[in-house]
Structure formats: C-alpha cells, structure tokens
Write a protein that binds this ligand. Structure first.
Ligand code: PGA
Length: 250
C-alpha cells in the first residue's frame, strides 16, 4: 500500500527563531489521527534543530538539496554524510528551482540520486514540464525523459526509498494550479511509465505527490484523485494554519 504524504518545502524562508515557532505550531496542531505522513524541509542551517525539535513526533525532516560527492573541495556544499550525521534521512532532489536557477541537469540529478541511495537516504524526486512544453503538447515527453534520465538508472529494490513529486513549473509559486483532472492525467501517465520499466508492484507502491500552488481551498479536490498520493507544498507550508488545512484535506 502506498503512503499518503504531505511535505512542506520551506525553500529559503524562516530563520532559526521563525523555524522554531512554525515547528511548535505544527507539533501542537497536527491531529494525531492524521492519515498522511507529514514532512518538513527547512533550510540547511536549521535542519539539526528541526530534527531535535521533532524528536518523538510523527513529523519527518527532509533536506532541500545536497551535493553528489562524498566530501572535498566544494565550497558552500553539503554532503549526504553530513545530513545523515544530524539525523536527516530524506532529501528533495531535482526541484525545478535547482534545475532552472542553479542549472542542475538530469545527469547531475541522476548522480545525486545515486549518492543518496548509496547513503541509504530517501529521495523526494521532483520533475515537471514548463509552460512552453504544455503549450506545445510536449509535456508527456518531457516528464518521461526527466524520469528516464534522472531516475530510471536505479535498481528495482531502490524504489522503496523513492517518492515522486510531479510539479509543473508553470504552477509553482504562480497561484496557477493544474486542474485535478490535469494532475490525475499526468500522475496516471507517470505510474504507467514506472510500470513499463519496473513492473506493477513498484508502480502501485510508489507515492506520487503533486506540487504547484496547492492551497487549503484546492487540496481536497486534488488529493481526491486516485493517482495523487499527496502534495509537495511551497508557499502554503510557511503558515501553520494553511499547511495543517492541507495535511488534513485527506
Ligand atoms: P508552491 O511551491 O506551493 O509555492 O507553488 C511548490 C514547490 O515548489 O514545491
């Protein structure tokens, strides 16, 4: 049975005091009966305190990125070992902002996935087409290529460490959301693509999250679709009330 997951990607927001305030609100207000696994991804400098804060709670912690090398002369970078050492076992890779602003290619992301798996980490693998791709009806091709080039080098057994996050770039931070039907259509295609290469058991078990302007008022409808297993939330994850409303939308 695949898991329902709601993950909050805080991006470059919240200093350490603000991080603590939001975490306290989430701890106090997320209902124990909640159906979904909740994960938060604060910035690197606040990860260690988040792990400490969330000890003995059901809320998980993820990093937003990491470097592919084990160690060395990579000024400003963070390794898998450093994350594991402070108790962070999950990392978001391939986010569209990393691809667009920091020029991360499918090949580089594939490398990072490899490093994460070698370090026994869970990966939230992000991918999704740009507006021009959808307008030219090329969105299925783009999504399939991102999956094949960035992820499909892994072995069948590795899939238990993978969560997919389909995030159409035109919907991220824009207030524009894919309709529940557009999300379902693409998620079904993604599951089918996984099925063709790795078999039905893997395809049925992998959680596929939708990301891109998920808000309290549209979460329920998006999450009601059969191939949407949760969400990767940006802007609305920065506010406890909105994030909790999304978490409880299942
Ligand atoms: P958004 O961001 O919810 O603000 O659109 C989603 C994401 O980038 O993961």
């Amino acid at each position: 049975m695949r898991k329902k997951i709601v993950a909050g990607n805080w991006k470059m927001n919240k200093n350490s005091e603000q991080t603590e305030i939001l975490l306290n609100e989430l701890i106090a207000q997320i209902p124990a009966s909640c159906d979904a696994k909740v994960i938060v991804a604060p910035t690197f400098v606040n990860l260690a305190s988040a792990v400490n804060h969330l000890k003995n709670t059901p809320i998980g912690v993820s990093a937003q990125n990491m470097h592919q090398a084990a160690s060395g002369a990579y000024t400003g970078e963070i390794s898998a070992d450093m994350l594991k050492n402070i108790g962070v076992n999950t990392v978001i890779l391939g986010h569209s902002e990393r691809r667009a602003i920091f020029h991360e290619t499918d090949a580089l992301i594939a490398n990072k996935v490899e490093t994460a798996l070698q370090n026994d980490m869970n990966v939230i693998f992000c991918f999704g087409e740009e507006l021009k791709d959808r307008q030219s009806q090329n969105h299925f091709n783009i999504v399939e290529n991102q999956l094949r080039d960035g992820l499909f080098h892994i072995q069948k057994k590795d899939w238990e460490k993978i969560v997919l996050a389909y995030e159409p770039v035109w919907a991220i931070g824009t207030g524009e959301t894919a309709s529940p039907e557009q999300a379902q259509e693409m998620h079904e295609f993604i599951r089918e693509t996984v099925r063709k290469s790795f078999g039905s058991d893997v395809a049925e078990d992998v959680s596929i999250l939708y990301g891109g302007s998920v808000k309290p008022d549209n979460a329920k409808e998006i999450f009601s679709k059969s191939d949407v297993d949760g969400g990767l939330i940006g802007g609305a994850a920065l506010n406890a009330k909105d994030f909790i409303a999304i978490v409880t939308a299942f």
